[in-house]
Write a protein of this length. Structure first.
Lengths: 110, 245
């Protein structure tokens, strides 16, 4: 309940403030958002499995975001930023899909 | 009710908020929502060129350069048109001004405009009523000869090129208007020249003051002679402008 409200509040604040993304953050934000989404879906799955732990959620969330940003940074330094970002997105996408599939199984038994 | 423990937990958490885990999740979800909205909006703001490939960008740049070149050419052309139009207006204005000046000059000569300026006022006393068109014509010719620019008689008749003088009863008829002595001629021109022209030996003054007319002529120079009478504007009926050869 509160979690859903938190999501809505975040979206609302973003729409209200319409902040400009700082330039240094610009390449990392999209990957970080996808990584955070992965963490969120993973947490939801864990919750439905009955093994949700808020500490694990916080740690996985932060580490996901940081590792995603680090990979992009490294890729940019190595000159393969575009490809590496694509790779990260693919991996995170697959994880999100499998997590969503598990969630779906829990809720709809299908 | 339901056999699924997962769904039960979900329903239970919706009914019973306020666990620590929920609040943590709320905070993190708020962060995710905020970040995604910001990212989506910044993407919408400048997604036009960011995702284009290099060749596309080069092509775009080239086409923009071409477009700006064309625009500059157009500007140049329009500026030329503007300057030519401006000089056209200038010359037209000059011609108009010239035509207006000319109309003023011709209007004074033709008697269709009132005139004012230095000149002389000639008063002719004629107790015997002996002054006729011979004398008057002589006088007018002498005045014209010495550069009279506008002549008016008795404040009623403007003397112009078409003015006709006829002897009448007890005076003269100028352009169909009966005039009786004393005659007053208001003349605009160089005062000294005009006065000298009337005073020459055997001239207007001499003729009028000699018997049998025995009139009296008074000439007064003035800096401000006013010729206010207008002649009827007049259209030539038979004469047409000839083509200059």
């Amino acid at each position: 309940m509160i979690a859903g409200l938190g999501l809505l509040v975040g979206i609302f604040v973003g729409l209200m403030l319409q902040p400009e993304v700082p330039l240094w953050l610009e390449p990392y934000l999209p990957i970080a958002v996808v990584a955070a989404l992965d963490a969120v879906f993973g947490a939801l799955r864990a919750f439905l499995d009955g093994i949700f732990d808020d500490k694990v959620f916080v740690v996985s969330f932060i580490s996901n975001v940081l590792i995603a940003a680090l990979i992009v940074y490294l890729g940019d330094k190595l000159g393969v930023g575009g490809q590496l970002s694509t790779g990260v997105i693919v991996v995170l996408g697959i994880r999100i899909f499998s997590n969503v599939a598990a969630i779906r199984r829990h809720i709809f038994h299908a | 009710m339901s056999s699924s423990p997962g769904r039960d937990r979900l329903v239970a958490s919706l009914k019973r908020p306020r666990s620590r885990g929920q609040i943590t999740a709320a905070v993190l979800l708020a962060v995710v929502g905020f970040a995604s909205v910001v990212q989506v909006q910044s993407q919408e703001r400048d997604s036009d060129y960011e995702n284009m490939r290099e060749e596309d960008l080069v092509q775009l740049l080239n086409s923009l350069a071409g477009a700006s070149q064309r625009a500059e050419n157009e500007i140049e052309q329009l500026e030329q048109t503007r300057s030519s139009l401006r000089s056209d207006t200038d010359s037209r204005r000059a011609a108009l001004e010239q035509a207006r000046d000319r109309a003023t000059v011709l209007g004074i000569l033709a008697g269709t405009l009132p005139a004012v300026g230095q000149g002389i006022v000639v008063t002719v006393q004629d107790p015997e009523e002996q002054v006729g068109i011979d004398q008057m014509l002589n006088g007018i010719e002498e005045l014209r000869d010495s550069g009279a620019e506008a002549i008016e008689i008795n404040n009623t008749v403007r003397v112009v090129a078409q003015t006709a003088l006829v002897d009448g009863e007890g005076g003269i008829v100028v352009d169909g208007t009966q005039l009786t002595p004393p005659y007053t001629l208001e003349v605009i021109g160089e005062p000294h020249t005009l006065e000298r022209a009337l005073n020459i030996y055997g001239g207007f003054v001499a003729t009028v003051e000699r018997p049998p007319i025995s009139g009296k002529v008074a000439i007064e120079q003035s800096q401000n002679v006013e010729v206010a009478t207008l002649a009827e504007p007049w259209q030539p009926e038979y004469a047409e402008p000839a083509e200059p050869e």
